[in-house]
Write a new protein. Structure first.
Length: 319
Protein backbone atom coordinates (compact mmCIF):
# COMPACT_ATOMS: atom_id res chain seq x y z
CA UNK A 1 0.00 0.00 0.00
CA UNK A 2 1.41 3.41 -1.02
CA UNK A 3 2.17 6.12 1.46
CA UNK A 4 0.58 9.58 1.22
CA UNK A 5 3.77 10.96 -0.33
CA UNK A 6 3.83 8.23 -3.00
CA UNK A 7 0.13 8.82 -3.74
CA UNK A 8 0.83 12.55 -4.18
CA UNK A 9 3.66 11.75 -6.62
CA UNK A 10 1.47 9.29 -8.48
CA UNK A 11 -1.43 11.74 -8.72
CA UNK A 12 0.93 14.38 -10.10
CA UNK A 13 2.39 12.13 -12.78
CA UNK A 14 0.92 12.49 -16.32
CA UNK A 15 2.33 10.83 -19.42
CA UNK A 16 2.42 12.80 -22.64
CA UNK A 17 -0.17 11.44 -25.08
CA UNK A 18 -2.48 10.42 -22.22
CA UNK A 19 -3.99 13.82 -21.56
CA UNK A 20 -7.69 14.31 -21.07
CA UNK A 21 -9.25 14.52 -24.51
CA UNK A 22 -11.49 17.35 -23.42
CA UNK A 23 -8.49 19.51 -22.55
CA UNK A 24 -6.61 21.46 -25.15
CA UNK A 25 -2.88 20.91 -25.81
CA UNK A 26 -1.91 24.15 -24.19
CA UNK A 27 -3.57 23.29 -20.87
CA UNK A 28 -1.94 19.79 -20.98
CA UNK A 29 1.52 21.23 -21.50
CA UNK A 30 0.95 23.64 -18.65
CA UNK A 31 -0.06 20.78 -16.40
CA UNK A 32 3.04 18.75 -17.32
CA UNK A 33 5.30 21.72 -16.60
CA UNK A 34 3.50 22.32 -13.33
CA UNK A 35 3.88 18.66 -12.34
CA UNK A 36 7.57 18.69 -13.16
CA UNK A 37 8.06 21.83 -11.08
CA UNK A 38 6.22 20.22 -8.17
CA UNK A 39 8.35 17.09 -8.34
CA UNK A 40 11.56 19.15 -8.53
CA UNK A 41 10.49 21.19 -5.53
CA UNK A 42 9.75 18.02 -3.54
CA UNK A 43 13.09 16.50 -4.55
CA UNK A 44 14.92 19.65 -3.48
CA UNK A 45 13.06 19.60 -0.18
CA UNK A 46 13.98 15.95 0.42
CA UNK A 47 17.62 16.67 -0.48
CA UNK A 48 17.71 19.57 1.94
CA UNK A 49 16.22 17.40 4.69
CA UNK A 50 18.74 14.65 3.94
CA UNK A 51 21.59 17.15 4.08
CA UNK A 52 20.39 18.44 7.43
CA UNK A 53 20.18 14.88 8.77
CA UNK A 54 23.74 14.11 7.62
CA UNK A 55 25.01 17.35 9.15
CA UNK A 56 23.22 16.55 12.40
CA UNK A 57 24.80 13.08 12.55
CA UNK A 58 28.32 14.49 11.95
CA UNK A 59 28.20 17.15 14.68
CA UNK A 60 28.03 16.74 18.46
CA UNK A 61 25.15 18.78 19.86
CA UNK A 62 26.06 17.50 23.32
CA UNK A 63 29.87 17.64 23.88
CA UNK A 64 29.61 15.04 26.65
CA UNK A 65 28.82 12.37 24.04
CA UNK A 66 32.34 12.64 22.59
CA UNK A 67 34.08 10.05 24.72
CA UNK A 68 37.22 8.03 24.15
CA UNK A 69 39.12 5.21 25.83
CA UNK A 70 42.88 5.16 26.28
CA UNK A 71 44.92 2.56 24.42
CA UNK A 72 46.13 1.11 27.73
CA UNK A 73 42.53 0.30 28.68
CA UNK A 74 42.07 -1.59 25.42
CA UNK A 75 45.34 -3.54 25.65
CA UNK A 76 45.53 -4.16 29.40
CA UNK A 77 45.36 -7.78 30.53
CA UNK A 78 45.62 -9.17 27.02
CA UNK A 79 42.88 -6.94 25.58
CA UNK A 80 40.33 -8.29 28.03
CA UNK A 81 37.81 -5.66 26.94
CA UNK A 82 37.46 -7.55 23.63
CA UNK A 83 36.48 -10.79 25.37
CA UNK A 84 32.77 -10.09 24.93
CA UNK A 85 30.60 -7.60 23.08
CA UNK A 86 28.29 -7.25 26.06
CA UNK A 87 28.84 -4.01 27.92
CA UNK A 88 27.42 -2.32 30.97
CA UNK A 89 27.76 0.85 32.99
CA UNK A 90 31.22 -0.23 34.17
CA UNK A 91 32.55 -0.65 30.64
CA UNK A 92 31.15 2.79 29.77
CA UNK A 93 33.23 4.22 32.64
CA UNK A 94 36.37 3.11 30.77
CA UNK A 95 35.90 6.15 28.53
CA UNK A 96 36.02 9.84 29.36
CA UNK A 97 35.10 13.08 27.60
CA UNK A 98 37.60 14.10 24.91
CA UNK A 99 38.13 17.04 22.58
CA UNK A 100 39.22 14.77 19.73
CA UNK A 101 40.20 11.15 19.15
CA UNK A 102 43.47 9.74 17.91
CA UNK A 103 41.83 6.79 16.15
CA UNK A 104 38.53 5.07 15.47
CA UNK A 105 38.87 1.32 16.12
CA UNK A 106 36.79 -0.57 13.55
CA UNK A 107 36.41 -4.33 14.09
CA UNK A 108 34.02 -7.27 14.23
CA UNK A 109 33.05 -8.86 17.53
CA UNK A 110 32.99 -12.31 15.94
CA UNK A 111 36.81 -12.34 15.83
CA UNK A 112 38.68 -13.74 18.91
CA UNK A 113 40.19 -11.10 21.19
CA UNK A 114 43.75 -12.51 20.96
CA UNK A 115 43.92 -11.72 17.26
CA UNK A 116 42.79 -8.17 17.95
CA UNK A 117 45.33 -7.93 20.74
CA UNK A 118 48.17 -8.84 18.36
CA UNK A 119 46.91 -6.24 15.87
CA UNK A 120 46.95 -3.53 18.54
CA UNK A 121 50.42 -4.63 19.63
CA UNK A 122 51.73 -4.33 16.10
CA UNK A 123 50.13 -0.92 15.58
CA UNK A 124 50.92 0.79 18.89
CA UNK A 125 53.93 -1.12 20.30
CA UNK A 126 55.91 -2.36 17.29
CA UNK A 127 57.82 0.86 16.59
CA UNK A 128 58.83 1.50 20.25
CA UNK A 129 59.88 -2.16 20.45
CA UNK A 130 62.00 -1.79 17.31
CA UNK A 131 63.68 1.35 18.68
CA UNK A 132 64.38 -0.32 22.04
CA UNK A 133 65.83 -3.43 20.36
CA UNK A 134 68.01 -1.32 18.06
CA UNK A 135 69.26 0.71 21.02
CA UNK A 136 70.05 -2.43 23.05
CA UNK A 137 71.89 -4.17 20.22
CA UNK A 138 73.83 -0.98 19.41
CA UNK A 139 74.83 -0.65 23.07
CA UNK A 140 76.17 -4.21 23.13
CA UNK A 141 78.05 -3.59 19.89
CA UNK A 142 79.74 -0.51 21.39
CA UNK A 143 80.59 -2.39 24.58
CA UNK A 144 82.15 -5.18 22.52
CA UNK A 145 84.11 -2.66 20.44
CA UNK A 146 85.60 -0.95 23.49
CA UNK A 147 86.31 -4.25 25.22
CA UNK A 148 83.86 -4.11 28.11
CA UNK A 149 82.06 -7.24 26.91
CA UNK A 150 84.46 -10.13 26.30
CA UNK A 151 84.06 -12.42 23.34
CA UNK A 152 83.65 -16.19 23.23
CA UNK A 153 86.61 -18.28 22.15
CA UNK A 154 85.98 -20.50 19.15
CA UNK A 155 88.38 -23.31 18.27
CA UNK A 156 87.54 -24.81 14.87
CA UNK A 157 88.87 -28.27 14.00
CA UNK A 158 92.44 -28.25 12.71
CA UNK A 159 92.96 -24.51 13.23
CA UNK A 160 95.48 -23.43 15.86
CA UNK A 161 95.01 -19.68 15.51
CA UNK A 162 91.40 -18.67 15.69
CA UNK A 163 89.44 -15.47 16.21
CA UNK A 164 87.07 -14.63 19.03
CA UNK A 165 83.43 -14.11 18.19
CA UNK A 166 80.49 -12.49 19.91
CA UNK A 167 78.05 -15.38 19.38
CA UNK A 168 75.45 -13.06 17.81
CA UNK A 169 75.28 -11.09 21.05
CA UNK A 170 73.88 -7.97 19.40
CA UNK A 171 71.11 -9.94 17.71
CA UNK A 172 70.22 -11.89 20.84
CA UNK A 173 70.11 -8.89 23.18
CA UNK A 174 68.22 -6.78 20.65
CA UNK A 175 65.67 -9.52 20.06
CA UNK A 176 65.04 -10.14 23.76
CA UNK A 177 64.66 -6.41 24.42
CA UNK A 178 62.31 -5.79 21.50
CA UNK A 179 60.14 -8.81 22.40
CA UNK A 180 59.75 -7.67 25.99
CA UNK A 181 59.00 -4.13 24.86
CA UNK A 182 56.45 -5.32 22.29
CA UNK A 183 54.29 -6.98 24.95
CA UNK A 184 54.85 -4.53 27.80
CA UNK A 185 55.38 -1.07 26.28
CA UNK A 186 51.88 0.16 27.16
CA UNK A 187 52.36 -0.99 30.75
CA UNK A 188 55.88 0.44 31.06
CA UNK A 189 54.76 3.76 29.61
CA UNK A 190 52.07 4.03 32.26
CA UNK A 191 54.52 3.18 35.07
CA UNK A 192 57.22 5.59 33.89
CA UNK A 193 55.21 8.55 32.59
CA UNK A 194 51.72 8.00 34.01
CA UNK A 195 50.25 8.38 30.50
CA UNK A 196 47.59 5.87 29.48
CA UNK A 197 48.17 6.37 25.76
CA UNK A 198 46.19 8.10 23.02
CA UNK A 199 42.40 8.28 23.18
CA UNK A 200 40.54 6.06 20.73
CA UNK A 201 36.95 5.11 19.96
CA UNK A 202 35.69 1.63 20.82
CA UNK A 203 31.95 1.04 20.51
CA UNK A 204 31.70 -1.02 23.70
CA UNK A 205 33.26 1.65 25.93
CA UNK A 206 32.29 4.90 24.17
CA UNK A 207 28.59 4.14 23.56
CA UNK A 208 26.44 3.17 26.53
CA UNK A 209 25.30 -0.45 26.21
CA UNK A 210 22.48 -0.52 28.78
CA UNK A 211 20.95 2.98 28.87
CA UNK A 212 18.76 2.98 25.77
CA UNK A 213 18.55 6.78 25.50
CA UNK A 214 22.33 7.24 25.70
CA UNK A 215 22.82 4.31 23.34
CA UNK A 216 20.50 5.80 20.72
CA UNK A 217 22.20 9.18 21.04
CA UNK A 218 25.64 7.58 20.66
CA UNK A 219 24.66 5.46 17.67
CA UNK A 220 23.20 8.52 15.95
CA UNK A 221 26.53 10.31 16.42
CA UNK A 222 28.80 7.60 14.98
CA UNK A 223 29.43 9.94 12.06
CA UNK A 224 30.54 12.62 14.52
CA UNK A 225 32.94 10.15 16.17
CA UNK A 226 34.39 9.39 12.74
CA UNK A 227 34.69 13.08 11.93
CA UNK A 228 36.56 13.87 15.17
CA UNK A 229 39.02 10.95 14.76
CA UNK A 230 42.43 11.60 13.23
CA UNK A 231 42.57 8.18 11.60
CA UNK A 232 40.86 4.80 11.48
CA UNK A 233 42.45 1.54 12.61
CA UNK A 234 40.61 -1.28 10.84
CA UNK A 235 41.23 -4.74 12.31
CA UNK A 236 40.57 -6.58 9.07
CA UNK A 237 39.26 -10.13 8.99
CA UNK A 238 37.43 -12.36 6.53
CA UNK A 239 34.10 -11.18 7.92
CA UNK A 240 35.00 -7.48 7.81
CA UNK A 241 33.45 -6.68 4.42
CA UNK A 242 30.53 -9.01 5.07
CA UNK A 243 29.18 -6.91 7.94
CA UNK A 244 27.03 -3.93 7.10
CA UNK A 245 28.16 -1.98 10.15
CA UNK A 246 31.89 -2.09 9.34
CA UNK A 247 31.19 -1.21 5.70
CA UNK A 248 29.16 1.75 6.93
CA UNK A 249 32.04 2.87 9.17
CA UNK A 250 34.60 2.78 6.37
CA UNK A 251 32.31 4.49 3.84
CA UNK A 252 31.32 7.17 6.35
CA UNK A 253 34.94 7.80 7.34
CA UNK A 254 36.00 8.24 3.71
CA UNK A 255 33.08 10.59 3.11
CA UNK A 256 33.16 12.66 6.30
CA UNK A 257 36.82 12.55 7.30
CA UNK A 258 38.98 11.43 4.40
CA UNK A 259 41.93 10.71 6.71
CA UNK A 260 44.33 7.79 6.91
CA UNK A 261 42.99 4.25 7.30
CA UNK A 262 45.42 1.73 8.80
CA UNK A 263 44.24 -1.65 7.54
CA UNK A 264 45.72 -4.44 9.68
CA UNK A 265 44.93 -8.01 8.52
CA UNK A 266 44.42 -9.97 11.71
CA UNK A 267 46.60 -12.87 10.56
CA UNK A 268 49.58 -10.64 9.70
CA UNK A 269 50.98 -9.77 13.18
CA UNK A 270 51.21 -13.40 14.29
CA UNK A 271 52.79 -14.44 10.98
CA UNK A 272 55.33 -11.62 11.19
CA UNK A 273 56.19 -12.40 14.81
CA UNK A 274 56.66 -16.09 13.96
CA UNK A 275 58.91 -15.18 11.03
CA UNK A 276 61.09 -13.04 13.30
CA UNK A 277 61.41 -15.88 15.82
CA UNK A 278 62.46 -18.27 13.05
CA UNK A 279 65.02 -15.77 11.76
CA UNK A 280 66.59 -15.29 15.19
CA UNK A 281 66.55 -19.02 15.92
CA UNK A 282 68.25 -19.76 12.60
CA UNK A 283 71.01 -17.26 13.34
CA UNK A 284 71.55 -18.68 16.82
CA UNK A 285 71.74 -22.23 15.47
CA UNK A 286 74.21 -21.04 12.86
CA UNK A 287 76.34 -19.48 15.59
CA UNK A 288 76.09 -22.62 17.70
CA UNK A 289 77.29 -24.65 14.75
CA UNK A 290 80.59 -22.80 14.80
CA UNK A 291 81.17 -23.58 18.48
CA UNK A 292 82.78 -26.75 19.72
CA UNK A 293 82.64 -28.08 23.25
CA UNK A 294 86.04 -28.71 24.76
CA UNK A 295 86.36 -31.50 27.32
CA UNK A 296 82.66 -32.26 26.99
CA UNK A 297 82.96 -34.88 29.69
CA UNK A 298 83.90 -32.27 32.24
CA UNK A 299 80.80 -31.13 34.07
CA UNK A 300 82.29 -27.77 34.96
CA UNK A 301 83.13 -27.08 31.33
CA UNK A 302 79.64 -28.18 30.27
CA UNK A 303 78.01 -25.78 32.71
CA UNK A 304 80.37 -23.02 31.62
CA UNK A 305 79.50 -23.69 27.98
CA UNK A 306 75.77 -23.63 28.75
CA UNK A 307 76.05 -20.13 30.22
CA UNK A 308 78.19 -19.03 27.29
CA UNK A 309 75.46 -20.03 24.87
CA UNK A 310 72.31 -18.90 26.67
CA UNK A 311 73.44 -15.91 28.75
CA UNK A 312 72.53 -12.63 27.00
CA UNK A 313 75.97 -11.19 27.92
CA UNK A 314 78.67 -13.61 26.72
CA UNK A 315 81.65 -14.44 28.87
CA UNK A 316 85.17 -15.34 27.87
CA UNK A 317 86.04 -19.03 27.65
CA UNK A 318 89.63 -20.12 27.74
CA UNK A 319 90.98 -23.57 27.15
Amino acid sequence: MMSDEEMDDASDFVLPGHLNKSSNPNSGESRIISNESTRNAKASHRSADSGEDIKDMAVFDDPTLLKGSCVWQLMHNGAKVFASSEGDAESYKLSCIQQSLDAFISHNWSVPRRRKYYCLLSHYNAFPAFVAGLFASSTVMILIAVGYVPLIDIEPEGIHEYPKRSFASCLLVGHITSTIMLFTYHELRLCVTGWHGPAVFLDKTCIHQTDMDLQAAGLRKVGAFLRRSHCMVALYSEEYLERLWTIYEVASFLTINGGMIYLIPQAMPLMFFSAVQMYVLTNLISSLGSLRMINSGDDADSVHFFFQVFCPIPVSYTH
